[in-house]
Design a protein around this ligand. Structure first.
Ligand SMILES: [Zn+2]
Length: 314
């Protein structure tokens, strides 16, 4: 296989950033050749399923990014997941199983197994211009090519923009070591705990539902208004809570844009966005959270799609 040069060479000087980027994406290739410990760890599952593995590369400024792409060959248009952090192995493993179960695909940024790549946090790297990049501290240089390369995967899909992350236990304010926690509200962060009395569901094995109460397991959403003034998102949050999921809402303002994917999507109104955060290692809980979120969104597993087709019943 060779690199199919879909040959997007973007010149994005018009916004005054002066940055230049190029992007290539391979044809489907043998996943064993991915040179990724994430892919290697999941190789048996990936090879058994009808999944296409492709390698995407984005060059921009001093950065040469590698994205690992997995897509379901039978149902590629299903939900698509972004995994910005290469040290969050639980999220990757959950995403692989989700693509097998629901179709769609995933994009995982390769940072050599670390959170950051050459000093840049991949989830603080979304901006269109130097001016926008200047609004946030976490980005070293504007990255319109990178941002576009990630979001272009949503162009031919109806999927909401979906991300998976893992975080550490608790947060520094309660003796924990993480930064994301339902217990850590702030000026722009409001916690909406799940309704734990209704946490049993058809998809739940029963082993994970108590873990959904954990402060580290939550769905992160961002809006540009207070939730009360945002009826569409408010309904979504209520439905997620009713499904037993914790939700953290960030209200994006002119002063708190941080170049994360969530903020970027909200700032540019690119569509619905959900990020499922779960504690490192809590694979059962994160998989269950995925199932519940997708149920709320009306996205059925492939199995159910097949069953509901009158032509495929037997
Ligand atoms: Zn993360």
């Amino acid at each position: 296989m060779g690199l199919a040069l879909i040959g997007l060479s973007l010149i994005t000087g018009c916004a005054g950033s002066g940055s230049h980027s190029s992007m290539t994406i391979s044809d489907c290739m043998a996943p064993v050749r991915a040179e990724s410990s994430d892919i290697r760890r999941n190789l048996a599952r990936i090879e058994r399923a009808p999944l296409c593995y492709r390698r995407q590369q984005v060059r921009e400024g001093g950065f040469h990014w590698t994205f690992h792409i997995l897509e379901h060959e039978g149902f590629p248009q299903g939900p698509f997941w972004v995994l910005p952090h290469d040290n969050e192995n639980t999220a990757f493993d959950v995403a692989v199983q989700t693509v097998i179960d629901y179709g769609g695909g995933l994009l995982a940024v390769d940072s050599g197994g670390q959170r950051n790549f050459l000093g840049q946090d991949p989830n603080r790297n979304f901006s269109r211009s130097r001016a926008e990049s200047g609004l946030c501290r976490g980005q070293l240089q504007a990255a319109p090519g990178y941002s576009q390369a990630v979001l272009d995967h949503y162009r031919s899909r109806r999927s909401p923009i979906l991300a998976l992350h893992n975080n550490h236990d608790g947060w520094s304010g309660n003796g924990g070591i993480g930064t994301i926690s339902l217990a850590r509200e702030g000026a722009a962060l409001t916690a909406y705990p799940g309704d734990y009395s209704r946490t049993s569901s058809a998809t739940d094995s029963g082993r994970s539902s108590h873990r959904l109460r954990d402060e580290d397991n939550l769905v992160f959403v961002v809006g540009t208004a207070p939730l009360n003034a945002d009826p569409v998102l408010k309904r979504r949050v209520a439905a997620l809570n009713a499904a037993g999921l914790n939700v953290m809402h960030k209200q994006l303002s002119s002063g708190n844009f941080d170049c994360s994917l969530s903020d970027y999507v909200a700032r540019h109104r690119l569509g619905e966005y959900f990020n499922i955060e779960a504690e490192h290692g809590d694979q059962l809980a994160q998989q269950e959270m995925v199932a519940r979120l997708l149920k709320v969104l009306g996205i059925p597993p492939l199995k159910a799609r097949t069953k509901s087709s009158p032509f495929l019943q037997h």
